[in-house]
Design a protein around this ligand. Structure first.
Ligand code: HEC
Length: 107
């Protein structure tokens, strides 16, 4: 847990105020995107690099991640255990911010 908090602090710290505007929903800051994405790292590993059986979420484009998360939301992916419920917890702006962060588009 301590390491996880340090990771979040680091991710937020290096953001330095970069702002990424999202269609109509108001600007989502790098810090907000990093914080949202950090919730994924509990399962998917630090910065999305999984140490275990859960798939890594690196190497996707933002568009691919948005499509995947919306598909989870809509129960379109067979055999899903938790991602449907998790994806339903985020609105479009949050999903776009998480996807952009994970794809490295905000770096
Ligand atoms: C409670 C653990 C948990 C959390 C938190 C979590 N995931 Fe997942 N994720 C999984 C599991 C398990 C799978 C495999 C599909 C399933 O069983 O639901 C998965 C699958 C995925 C996939 C598909 C990967 C592939 O290669 O097909 C993506 C993309 C993904 N998660 C993104 C996210 C994002 C983005 C977040 C944060 C908003 C997140 N996950 C949070 C457990 C989690």
């Amino acid at each position: 847990m301590k390491r996880w908090i340090a990771g979040v602090a680091l991710a937020v710290g290096i953001g330095g105020g970069a702002v990424w505007a999202q269609n109509g929903a108001g600007p989502v800051s790098y810090e907000q995107a990093a914080l949202l994405a950090s919730a994924c790292f509990n399962c998917h590993g630090p910065e999305g690099v999984s140490p275990g059986q859960i798939p890594s979420i690196t190497g996707f484009s933002a568009d691919q991640l948005i499509a995947l998360l919306n598909a989870f939301k809509a129960d379109e992916i067979a055999g899903t255990t938790v991602m449907g419920r998790i994806a339903r917890g985020y609105d479009d702006a949050e999903i776009a911010a998480i996807a952009a962060y994970l794809a490295g588009d905000l770096d």
